[in-house]
Design a protein around this ligand. Sequence first.
Ligand code: ZN
Length: 262
Amino acid sequence: MMAAETKKIEKYDKLTDEQKADPKNIKSLERASSELDRFGRRYEAAGKMLEDSNKTVQDAISKAIEKGITGKLGGSINVSMNGPMQATERGFIKGYADHVKDFEKMVGGAPGTGNHTVLFNFKAGRANYMVGHDTVNLDYPGRSVIFHELGHWWEDKSPAVHNAALAFLENRTYGEKLRSLNEIKGTTGHDRHEVARPDKFLEPYTGRDYHGHATEVVSMGFQHLAEDPAGFFKNDPDHFHFTLGVIRLGHGLPSKEEISRH
Ligand SMILES: [Zn+2]
């Protein structure tokens, strides 16, 4: 529709002055422009709606998690920091604490009970999480990066989450061959040893294989929740529900009493 209106306007531009003055052509131009305006307003409204629904989904997730856990919530998630002090001084890493708080709110506190401290080690290069060391290496603490890396931490802290992640990955990618990420994505930026089974994940990276030591399914799930929860729900509901499930699972399976109360 929009393309047709645009074409009409382009066509008018190419007319001779005499043709441009023709009331019939003027009328048609006016109609096309007002249609375009209308589309523009609708497009804007749709964008606003998506933004609002994302906010609603995020709030609902936080509330559902708080309400769903009838026992003790996990303790607070603390971050200790290591890295070039000039980064702090420049305000470079400002805001990271808010993202950690948001993450804490989304998952309902640290896995299990008690306080948990994660080390943020600021250094150049691609962000990664060191399994078994409660350590995130990162050069820029954006919201997506923090949710992603804390997702690795979440999986690392809970054997039940890790096993669920392996099962989910196996189930989604059953029968698929491992391929190099560069080949899958047509890129050259990944190391040669980075392989994945891409399935129909929103990002092929989600299917990355670590020989069973870790997965990307929890991390990418948390990243999608940080970036676009409504889109995540719409485009990969299976992965979306899995991610909500591992949030609950990280706090321990509900007791029989908790289940019978519902
Ligand atoms: Zn990752």
